[in-house]
Design a protein. Sequence first.
Length: 397
Amino acid sequence: MFNKKSNIAVFSFAYLPFEGGAEVAVREITKRIDNSDFTVFTYKFDKSWPSKESQENVEIIRLGKGRADGKKYGLIWHKIVYIFKAWQEAEKMYERRRFEAIWAIMASYGAIAALFFKLNHPRIPLLLTIQEGDSENHMIFGKLGFVGLWSKLAMRSADYIQVISKYLGDFVKRNKVTAPIEIIPNGVDLDLFDTNYKESELISIRENLGIKDEYVVTTTSRLVKKNGVDTLIDAVAKFKNKRPNIKCLIIGGGPDHKKLSKKVKKLKLDNNVLFLGQISHKDLPLYLKISDLFVRASRSEGLGNSFLEAMAAGLPVIGTPVGGIVDFLKNEQTGLFIEVNNADDLAKKMLYAVNNPKIMKIIVKNSQNLVNENYNWDKISKLFRNIFDKLINSSHT
């Protein structure tokens, strides 16, 4: 165990105020590791975001000029520029901070920047976190294929690899890495998602959304093909034929919003499906607490933090047996499984959930116990602290 505070360089193409699984994980882990200071090198997506920001033991360095047109996702050349800017900025800061470990988030642009820094400082250990939720074909022939051999080289040059699910661990092993691989899942802020709100707060949210006595199905999801929101919308239409009294809340944004909105109009679900857009992570529990059921019809998933958050909030969940979901979702024990791309099956399981409240109550209790025991950020952060201690101590011998 090292005694002095260590400086750790974190390379993550996206970071706060984005609040996806990877960004939340880095925030929750770093604030709990009090024997280290972290410098996060990330991309400045929005012109209004500060270029530098300090949060407790974390300094955030946002690189690039940012966009002022509301489009948060940069073009490919922006991502390439980020790689070199992040590397160069880390080199400048190394003169003052003497980083003792490198942490790369996802085998993508941040990992390539981390690799360049590592190649220049081979004695500094590199921890690579694999959080990807895409299908394996997309990871190999899409993102990893697109950014070329550098991403694969980053995987093979890492001194330690942490994955969030067995599925991703198997993917890494098939890519001929020699580094130790450890499965540490993302966690859940149990205090946040198990908050007991005043009834007046919940009533206010329901009234604002025009919800009266409807059965409320919610998904929190980036609006992209892999998350199967189109399947959910089709299932709502089928469910409505059997039970018209339904509201579906879709929380999240993304490139498929326009296409999904057209589908809702075509199916005449305007009064049943509400697109709520991006909602602050700290406010998510409010919307889960007014819901009866959580659904995500994923086509691929690295782990599925949205499921775990819904479980912690006391909702029964429905998902597909893909990727990391199978690590925690056991059919009719901690949730219900549906077939991928099968709206009929989803509608059937939604009706089953409505008609079997006693079974759902047992499932909710099981799932809450599971999350409390295995997906606690305090427990997860200790595992990360052990990794950093091990890597830094070994580099000093």
